[in-house]
Design a protein around this ligand. Structure first.
Ligand code: SF4
Ligand code: SF4
Length: 381
C-alpha cells in the first residue's frame, strides 16, 4: 500500500475526525500511555498528515500505528463513527511497504509460510490436545466426512493454557451428538495475525487452503471457539453454502434444542465481551444466554459491557510488539473485574483467557478465569 492508495482508501474517512476527543476515555492504550499519539484522535491526525504530505512515515509513526489493539472502542464512542481501527490497519500496510514495522512480524510471517501456524510448531501436532480427552476412540475427532467442522485456531491448539478450550468444546459436541470433525494438521492459521501485522495480502494461501479442506469434508457449518478466527472467516473468507458460528452461538442453539442439559452451579460470574466477538462481530447475547441457562449462576455485568467493553490487552498484535502495554491494559481489565465482586470472569476467547489469566498469575492476583466452554462442560449432566 503506497501513500496514493492510502489516500484513495482513507482520506474521506479520516477527514470525518473533528478532533473532539470523545474517543479518548474509551481507548485503553490512551488510558495507559496518556499521550496524544496513543489516542485514536492522534492516530487519525497522523494518518491525515501523512496523506496530506505534512508528515513522513517513520519509526515514530510506527510506534503509534502498531500500538493499537484493534479493539474498536473508539468508533463506538465517536459521534461521527470514524472507522479509526480500519484506518490504522491500512496505515500498517503502508508502514510495511516502507519497511517501517516491528520486525518480529517477519518471524510470524515466516512461521505461517513454513508451518502454517503462529508458534512454528510442527503443524501435524496441531491436534495433540486430543490426548487430554479420556477414553477418546482413535480418529473420533478427525473424520473424512462431517456435518460440522470445529476450527480450533492456533492459540488454542498450541498454547497449553488454552488447550482446555478445544478439549471442553469437543467433549460438549460429542455429548450433544453433533456430527463434527476437526481438520487436525490440515487446519492452517486463519491469517488473522497477518491483518494486524499490516500484511493481509499474505493470507491468501491460508484462506484458500482452509476453505478447500472444509469443502472436502462436506461440512455445512464451521464453528469457532476463537472470535478472531470467526471474525476473519465471516468478513474476509468467501464461503458459500457454509454457516459460520462462534461457539457461544452454537452452544446457545444446542441448549435451546435441548441437546445440552445443564445442572445447577451456585456461582457469581461476570462476562468479558471479547472485542472480535462483541463489538467487531455483534455477538453479545448468545454467550449471556448460555451463562443464564446454568441454574444457580448469577451474572453480574462489568461496568463496561457489550458495545462499551474494554479490551483485555490481547488484541492487534500488541502483546507481541509491546508486552508491557498489553499487560498494563490487562491490569485495568482485572481491576474492573474485581470491582464487580464476582467469583470468576468468563470469556469466550482463548486470547482473553491467556491475557487476563497470565497477568493475574504474574501479579499474584486471586482471580478465576474461564472460557465459556469450560463452564458449560463442567455444568453438563
Ligand atoms: S475519532 Fe471521533 S471521537 Fe475521536 S476525536 Fe475523531 S471525531 Fe472525535
Ligand atoms: S481500536 Fe482500540 S486501541 Fe485502537 S485506537 Fe481505537 S480504542 Fe484505541
Amino acid at each position: 500500500m503506497n501513500i496514493t492508495k492510502l489516500k484513495q482508501l482513507s482520506y474521506d474517512e479520516v477527514v470525518k475526525c473533528n478532533k473532539c476527543g470523545f474517543c479518548l476515555p474509551s481507548c485503553p492504550v490512551y488510558l495507559v500511555e496518556k499521550k496524544e499519539s496513543a489516542a485514536p484522535r492522534g492516530r487519525n491526525a497522523i494518518t491525515r498528515a501523512v496523506i496530506e504530505g505534512r508528515l513522513e512515515m517513520s519509526h515514530d509513526t510506527e510506534k503509534a500505528i502498531f500500538s493499537c489493539l484493534g479493539c474498536g472502542a473508539c468508533k463506538q464512542a465517536c459521534l461521527s463513527s470514524v472507522e479509526t481501527k480500519e484506518l490504522i490497519f491500512r496505515d500498517r500496510e503502508c508502514q510495511v511497504s516502507q519497511g517501517l514495522y516491528p520486525k518480529i512480524a517477519d518471524r510470524v510471517r515466516a512461521f505461517l509460510r513454513e508451518e502454517h501456524n503462529i508458534t512454528d510448531d510442527d503443524n501435524e501436532e496441531r491436534a495433540q490436545w486430543q490426548e487430554m480427552i479420556r477414553d477418546l476412540p482413535e480418529g473420533a475427532l478427525e473424520k473424512d466426512r462431517a456435518e460440522v467442522i470445529f476450527f480450533v485456531g492456533c492459540v488454542a491448539s498450541f498454547f497449553p493454557m488454552a488447550q482446555k478450550i478445544p478439549v471442553n468444546m469437543s467433549r460438549i459436541l460429542l455429548q450433544a451428538g453433533v456430527d463434527f470433525s476437526i481438520l487436525g494438521g490440515e487446519e492452517w492459521c486463519c491469517g488473522f495475525p497477518l491483518i494486524g501485522a499490516g500484511m493481509p495480502d499474505e493470507m491468501r494461501e491460508l484462506k484458500e487452503h482452509n476453505i478447500e479442506k472444509v469443502k472436502e469434508v462436506g461440512a455445512k457449518a464451521v464453528v469457532f471457539t476463537c472470535p478472531s478466527c470467526y471474525h476473519t472467516w465471516k468478513h474476509l473468507y468467501q464461503v458459500d453454502g457454509v454457516e459460520l458460528y462462534h461457539s457461544s452461538q452454537f452452544l446457545d442453539q444446542l441448549i435451546q434444542e435441548g441437546k445440552i442439559k445443564l445442572k445447577g452451579k451456585e456461582i457469581k460470574v461476570t462476562y468479558h465481551d471479547p472485542c472480535d466477538l462483541g463489538r467487531n462481530s455483534g455477538v453479545y447475547e448468545e454467550p449471556r444466554n448460555v451463562l443464564k441457562a446454568i441454574p444457580g449462576l448469577t451474572l453480574v455485568e462489568l461496568p463496561h459491557n457489550r458495545q462499551l467493553s474494554m479490551c483485555c490487552g490481547g488484541g492487534g498484535n500488541v502483546e507481541m510488539v509491546n508486552p508491557d502495554l498489553s499487560a498494563a491494559v490487562a491490569q485495568m481489565k482485572i481491576d474492573e473485574i474485581k470491582s464487580t465482586g464476582a467469583d470468576m470472569v468468563v470469556s469466550a476467547c482463548q486470547q482473553c483467557l491467556r491475557t487476563i489469566a497470565t497477568r493475574a498469575r504474574k501479579q499474584k492476583i486471586d482471580l478465576a478465569v474461564k472460557d465459556l466452554t469450560e463452564l458449560v462442560a463442567e455444568a453438563m449432566q
